[in-house]
Design a protein around this ligand. Sequence first.
Ligand SMILES: Nc1ncnc2c1ncn2[C@@H]1O[C@H](COP(=O)(O)OP(=O)(O)O)[C@@H](O)[C@H]1O
Ligand SMILES: [Mg+2]
Length: 122
Amino acid sequence: MNADPHLDLDAKHLSIVFLNILTNAVEAMETVEEPVLCISVNEIKEKGEIQLCFEDNGIGMSAEQLENLFEHFSTGKSTGLGLGMTTTQNVLRDHGARILVDSKLGEGSRFQIFFKHKRSKG
Ligand SMILES: Nc1ncnc2c1ncn2[C@@H]1O[C@H](COP(=O)(O)OP(=O)(O)O)[C@@H](O)[C@H]1O
Ligand SMILES: [Mg+2]
């Protein structure tokens, strides 16, 4: 099933991606007094891409955490499994999408996903 007529996407698989990112964002903001999560969608015409952005003001990640983010069983939580981001990366790869993550400890994190526009070449 297509989630968008202009993107060739599998809605079921992508909902796992969004659930993983949203759950992590909510968990990262648990101790924040005024949690804010910004979600945006933009078309980057010159690149033929659709950009989806999730930005939270949660606890953020250190450079080391960020480096290991997509490793199996890499978790910063006492009850975490550390599989969500690995799965996320695999699903996105299957969709020909790329993910970019920026984060600063104590400030927050930003997850950007870039989907190739179906009508663009390459
Ligand atoms: N939005 C975020 N803010 C802060 N840390 C994050 C965020 N998303 C992921 N992380 C870090 O990456 C780790 C791995 O995430 P994930 O693969 O989903 O496993 P899990 O949530 O089970 O720990 C998390 O434990 C957390 O330390
Ligand atoms: Mg998770």
